[in-house]
Design a protein around this ligand. Structure first.
Ligand code: 3BY
Ligand code: FES
Length: 407
């Protein structure tokens, strides 16, 4: 693996084994998910004490728990007795955590409360569930499994939190969720997300998201010149509104130059410019937080290694990527609306989720066909086009992190 990384040619896709070799996969998980901050869930998914979600990343299983003390913590889902998985479900609510094997019982913060038959010398004090580092930033929960988490994360969050804090994710609720397993390596899922060169394959999304996403003028394909011109004038109007309301909108793009790679920008949307619908009209009638206007476009946030977000005025969509195996990847999408929005009156779940449900299915097909192609003995790394610079940025970030890991 060290050799393949050293031989990587910038601007090109990876050598096949880095996507497809089952022996590489554990290194990938340890080097990226075992060492760096990644996005796990939102507080809106676990609103009450006792609520939890479990997330599996390679062989790791984690419990993201809203504790009785209101604290969010992340615990390894491995019993301290003989290692059984303590919680089996993807989500739920529980008082204490009781291992189904011999009923060792843990508090919601992971402390071992009870183990039957231990005798007088048994000390439960140091047998709590192992904890991972966890940070909550305006309702987004991030996890780091390393003993010493990388330091850059705090500085990046300080930079980007003012962009999304006005959307007040802590005052939202889950309207729709979707777990989609893509038949491909997780890096292909991420690569596919980082470019809009394929956006002609997303007819529903293209009604509201300009297909020139992430491109400079020279990078726009000929058949999207008109979109570029309309985008520029919509962007001008959006930026005037943002100036008036004091909302940050300027592009920050440091996808590979920082340990916590990031891209954030508030971009105009097509049509009415409000939301991901065919006309661009709002999909929830309740503005998020104290936002002053529905026409605030799309605040798009990418963070390495495993997530992207769209913050709109009326809802938020979060995307988390969790590698299951070398050729299987879970994409968890969550749609959030204002917590006082009423289903069937202010929003309709199927309409709210329609565009991204369709888009996710289209993306899953792209990822699967690419995984099958890079598995073919005839595959050789291909060249990224100029408008795919964020894909190359992702791989540059990934390669540097893996080289650090392997030494
Ligand atoms: O969701 C995203 O950030 C990007 C936008 C275009 C391609 N992908 C859908
Ligand atoms: Fe959990 Fe025995 S393995 S109680």
């Amino acid at each position: 693996m060290r050799e393949l990384l050293a031989e990587r040619i910038p601007g090109q896709s990876l050598d096949a084994p880095l996507y497809t070799d089952p022996d590489m996969f554990p290194h990938d998980i340890e080097g990226i998910f075992g060492r760096h901050w990644f996005f796990a869930a939102t507080v809106a998914e676990i609103p009450e004490p006792g609520d939890y979600v479990t997330i599996d990343v390679g062989r790791f299983s984690l419990i993201v728990m809203h504790g009785d003390d209101e604290e969010i913590s992340v615990l390894h889902n491995v019993c301290r007795h003989r290692g059984a998985r303590v919680l089996q479900d993807a989500r739920g609510s529980t008082g204490n955590l009781v291992c189904p094997y011999h009923s060792w019982t843990y508090a919601s913060d992971g402390r071992l409360l009870h183990a039957a038959g231990g005798g007088p010398d048994f000390d439960p004090g140091c047998l709590g569930l192992r904890r991972a580092h966890c940070q909550v930033v305006s309702g987004l929960i991030f996890v780091c499994l390393a003993q010493e988490p990388p330091e850059d994360f705090d500085a990046v969050m300080e930079m980007v939190e003012p962009y999304f804090a006005p959307h007040e994710m802590t005052s939202t609720k889950v309207a729709v969720r979707q777990d989609l397993v893509e038949n491909g390596n997780w890096k292909l899922t991420m690569e596919n997300n980082r470019e809009c060169y394929h956006c002609d394959g997303h007819p529903e999304l293209a009604c509201s998201l300009f297909p020139t996403f992430g491109m400079t003028e020279e990078q726009v394909p000929e058949h999207h010149r008109d979109d570029w011109v309309r985008m520029l004038s919509a962007q001008g109007r959006l930026e005037e509104r943002c100036e008036r309301y004091g909302l940050p909108y300027r592009l920050i793009e440091e996808v590979a130059s920082r340990e916590a790679g990031v891209r954030i920008e508030r971009i105009a949307m097509d049509g009415e410019g409000e939301s991901f619908s065919a006309s661009g009209h709002r999909l929830s009638q309740k503005l998020l937080g104290d936002l002053p206007d529905f026409r605030l476009g799309d605040l798009t946030l990418h963070l390495q290694p495993n997530c992207w977000f769209h913050f709109l005025s009326d809802h938020i969509v979060t995307f988390a990527v969790f590698p299951i195996d070398v050729d299987r990847t879970l994409v968890r999408t969550t749609w959030l609306v204002a917590d006082d929005a009423v289903e069937g009156k202010d929003y309709y779940p199927d309409s709210l989720a329609h565009v991204w449900r369709e888009t996710n299915l289209q993306d899953a097909a792209f990822v699967e066909m690419t995984h099958r192609g890079v598995s073919d003995p005839a595959y050789v790394p291909g060249r990224y086009m100029p408008s795919e610079h964020l894909v190359d940025g992702f791989l540059t970030w990934w390669t540097a992190r893996m080289q650090e890991h392997l030494g």
